[in-house]
Design a binder for this molecule. Structure first.
Ligand SMILES: [Mg+2]
Length: 218
């Protein structure tokens, strides 16, 4: 077992003695922030163009809705659900539920998000190296399955990866061991045979190290 608090580049990670690799998705295989900004901007543009509500009012309601959703669903996949943020934000704005509009704006968000999502080239090269070395891979990711599957499709992860486990599927988010156990079970490997690679120290690194996996913060 090895734990390093220092950040690594993908090219520095040794594959020696490894039979499986778990990888985080968001902010590990691609940069999250530009995508999230593009998604949010698209939603604000849409409400302005269609005169649904003032963008500033939606922005404020979104913040409140996000905070309530995080609090209500802490540790679960749906705590980050843009659909639930929008559902609650629209209730705050209109005093009633607007599920059809929430759905429309959620699509608007994720379509714009995926539109600007592109590979971290070092991450793609790393996955190519894992594949060439015959190392089995599992994406281990916090969020609801539908959008994480869309991200898989967008990056065409089928070319490199064998498995994916989402926190919706596991029931709880990283660093809960349940999600890592699920990944190891899919890989049919023991913790000491598998490495975890991710950008979040607490979720990705501590979560994996607790189970005896080696882990690399990138
Ligand atoms: Mg991440």
């Amino acid at each position: 077992m090895s734990l390093s608090l220092t950040k690594h580049r993908f090219s520095e990670i040794s594959l020696e003695g490894i039979q499986g690799a778990c990888l985080d998705l968001d902010d590990t295989l691609y940069a999250y922030e530009p995508c999230n900004k593009a998604g949010f901007r698209a939603v604000l543009n849409r409400v302005e163009q269609q005169r649904i509500v003032e963008p500033a009012a939606l922005e404020q309601a979104w913040k409140e809705a996000r905070s309530r959703t995080h609090q209500q669903l802490s540790g679960q996949a749906a705590s980050h659900s843009r659909l639930l943020y929008l559902h609650t934000a629209l209730e705050l704005l209109f005093g009633r539920s607007e599920p059809a509009l929430a759905l429309e704006l959620e699509s608007c968000f994720w379509d714009a998000y995926l539109n600007v999502m592109e590979w971290n080239p070092e991450a793609e090269a790393f996955l190519q190296a894992l594949k060439s070395a015959g190392i089995r891979t599992c994406i281990v990711t916090d969020l609801t399955s539908h959008i994480q599957f869309r991200k898989w499709a967008h990056l065409d992860l089928q070319r490199y990866c064998d498995f994916m486990v989402t926190s919706e599927e596991a029931g709880l988010e990283k660093p809960n061991p349940i999600i890592f156990h699920k990944a190891l079970s899919k890989l049919q490997l023991a913790p000491e045979q598998v490495m975890m690679v991710g950008d979040n120290h607490e979720k990705d690194i501590l979560g994996a190290v607790q189970l005896g996996m080696r882990a690399y913060l990138i």
